[in-house]
Design a protein around this ligand. Sequence first.
Ligand code: HDD
Length: 704
Amino acid sequence: MTDSAGIGDAKQRQRDRYRAQDPASGPLTTDQGVTVDHTDDSLAAGERGPTLLEDFHFREKLTRFDHERIPERVVHARGAGAYGYFEPYESCAEFTRAGFLQDPSVRTPVFVRFSTVQGPRGSADTVRDVRGFATKFYTSEGNYDLVGNNFPVFFIQDGIKFPDFVHAVKPEPHNEIPTGASAHDSLWDFVSLQPETLHAIMWLMSARAIPRSYRMMQGFGVHTFRFVAADGRGTFVKFHWKPKLGAHSLVWDEAQECQGRDPDFNRRDLWDAIEAGEFPEWELGVQLVPEQDEFAFDFDLLDPTKVIPEEQVPVRPIGRMVLDRNPENFFAETEQVAFHTANVVPGIDFTNDPLLQARNFSYLDTQLIRLGGPNFAQLPVNRPVAPVRTNQRDGYHQGGIHSGTSYSPNSLGGGCPALAGADGSAFSHYTERVDGAKIRRRSDSFQDHYSQAALFWHSMAPWERQHIVAAFRFELGKVTALAVRQRTVDELNHVDHELAVQVARGVGAQEPPEAGAGAYKPASPALSLDSLPGDGSIRTRQIAVLVTDGVDAAQVTSVREALAAQGAVVEALAPTDGTVLGADGEKYTVDRALPTVASVLYDAVLLPGGPTGTPALADDPDAMRFVRDAYRHGKPVGALGSGVGVLAAMEPRGLRIDSEHGRTVSDHGVVTDMTPGAASEEFTRAFTEALVAHRHWDRPPLRC
Ligand code: HDD
């Protein structure tokens, strides 16, 4: 195995060469290397006089500051990234000659950037939106970029519609409202007039659009790409990333509160996990379709608004990716990384998907403006680890000193760089026969916009359907043009009548009298989040233990140790920071004060007991809100000893909770045990099971 000291670190070694001067290595200097001994006062004519133009340090400092910003990405402006590696499980030579997919002992360095789409760089993380999932593989044959999303389908079929779609979803032009949100007139106007958006819109209204964590979401290449084997044989391929921790989401109320409590919720989660050595991991899978089966489906493989149901073509796992290093400088790395769908390596090629074809133009084009010229591939994060020898020259920000000729063929430069030989190492485009008349018309095979939107709907678990209906009601409820609400409801009626009726009721639109065109009922269970529970562990789950003076510290310690041993992150929260006095008279350290956090920042809450302890929390509004929110959001709630009384006081109607010592009761993810003292194994096991399940829907409501 080539470990992180081997090729896996080729990128790290390269980064080391581009590291800026260590600030500890000497005194402050100007950009020209002249040392500076005073940077707090500008050079002036007299103590109270005007600043002098000759103060080159002042002018340089201000000028450089004035020029610090570059244009943010026109979409996907907000993001977070990390380095890591990819390793294949076995050789994929049967389908592709791509070097990085041949040898399980070779690790390929990667950089991954996750993002939201609509909001600007400073927008909140937990908005309802698609998440970008872009991976740059620094392979020995050059950079390969898999620029995907956490949805397997896109909103439009042809890239020429991209500016229209983006203009519609972005904030409205007159007042730049709303930020990081799709709940506004222009998006839904576009959707209601453009039925090809419907399938992706179903995903957008689903829990997939508010992931709990970047570490807990799937990724998809979306398009059908092409693998090319050494003998030139092509195989259609769709790429899937499956998270080891399973796919989990927030609920909408929680996501909205998170936007205020911690706008960096997903970004911080990724950063903290990597810093803690809990390296996020995904499995790369492929759906493979032989060339001869191109027309074997009831949709067009080239249509990016369609999935190939996994039940029809199973996902074959081919490798895993681990992210194990945070960037050192956000701007230099995460902001300047430049992905491009056309960055492919031998063995991976395009198809004629018209969305992909457009992307192959757009990404390079956008880098030229965003990164200020053509030399952005020289930036450390973008530099391939494969050798680069081109005849490209000059341009803004040229960082290389090239020697010799820059044209081909040449004799004066000894014919260098020579063209790759006939050893088959060079990229060669897949030989596909193409002929046809020039036309501007969508293929008939792209015209079915409802079947797969219906497939998605029929594949959802009951709780997912409830969330989808609620999301449509929220979004359309914010639309001021009633005709747009109605048109959208009428479109949804082609997906599913019941869905349309439920949405109509919520937004004051007319209920469609009868079902529309879509009569497509099959389901694909793999589309439900319930199909991705994860590895059964509770690693990195954030658990809040609410403590106060008089708490049974032995109880807290026992349960804390048991959960932490399984990789959970347990924090003790109290009305004030510092320490609380345990029932045994010992001081117990508090991790955070309750007013500085909120239930939405945790995955579960635990109420320990104590002779005079936890019941006192019943008088603390922050603590009570904490428990109520966790309960309402379906999170595991544990209560021990007298902590059970605090929970019982909220009167969860019809929920079974323990009312006598000596046994653990678990119901809808609420785990209670009245026994004082150290938590029993039975309690810990039941609470762990509740955590593994992540969320618990259909809970009876709290009376107060
Ligand atoms: Fe795109 C950025 C993913 C369609 C044009 N796109 C961008 C990023 C991701 C995607 C993840 C952020 C990359 C990063 O982190 O820097 N885009 C997709 C997916 C699509 C898609 C999965 C459909 C399958 N995109 C798409 C189309 C076009 C673009 C059809 C234009 C024709 N996308 C861009 C862009 C961006 C971009 C304007 C903005 C910033 C950038 O490229 O570097 O060129």
